[in-house]
Design a protein around this ligand. Sequence first.
Ligand code: HEM
Length: 128
Amino acid sequence: MGKVYFMSEDLYTRLGGQAAVNAAVEIFYRKVIRDPRVKLFFEGTDINQQIEKQKGFLTFAFGGVTHYAGKDLRSAHARLVQRGLGSAHFDIVVQHLRATLEELNIEKSLINEVLKIVEHTRHEVLDR
Ligand code: HEM
C-alpha cells in the first residue's frame, strides 16, 4: 500500500471528477515537457507512462481514491535532485499546474486548494 500524503474530502468531485483530472494532467504535462527550464529532467522518461502515474497521483490528491500506491515522492525524484532539481524548478511546475487549471476554467478557490495540496509535497519531492 502507498504512503498516505493528504486527504481532501470532496475536492475531486468539485473539480469535475476523473475527466477533469485526465484533462488537467494531459495539458499540464505538455506544458512542462515543452518548457526549456525544466524539460531536461524528463529526458529518458516515457511520457505516456508518466502521464498515467501523474493521473493516479492527482486523483488521490484531489480526494478521488483512498490511497496512492505508487513510489513515494522522495524516491521518485531522488535521481532528479542529484541532477540539480531545486525549488525554482518546483515553482515552474506549480505555475504550469495553475495555468492548466485556469485554462480549464476551474474556480479560483478550488485552484488554490489544489495548489496548497501540491505545496505540501515540496519538501519530499526536493528531498529536504
Ligand atoms: C509539484 C509536485 C510534484 C508531484 C506531486 C510529482 C509527482 C510525481 C509522481 C507521482 C511521479 C511518479 C512516481 C512513480 O514512479 O510512481 C513522479 C515522477 C517524476 N517526476 Fe514528479 N512530481 C512533482 C514535481 C516534479 C518536478 C518539479 C519535476 C521536474 C522539474 C518532476 C519530474 C519528474 C520526473 C522526471 C519523474 C519520473 C522519474 C523517473 O522516471 O525516474 N516532478 N512525479
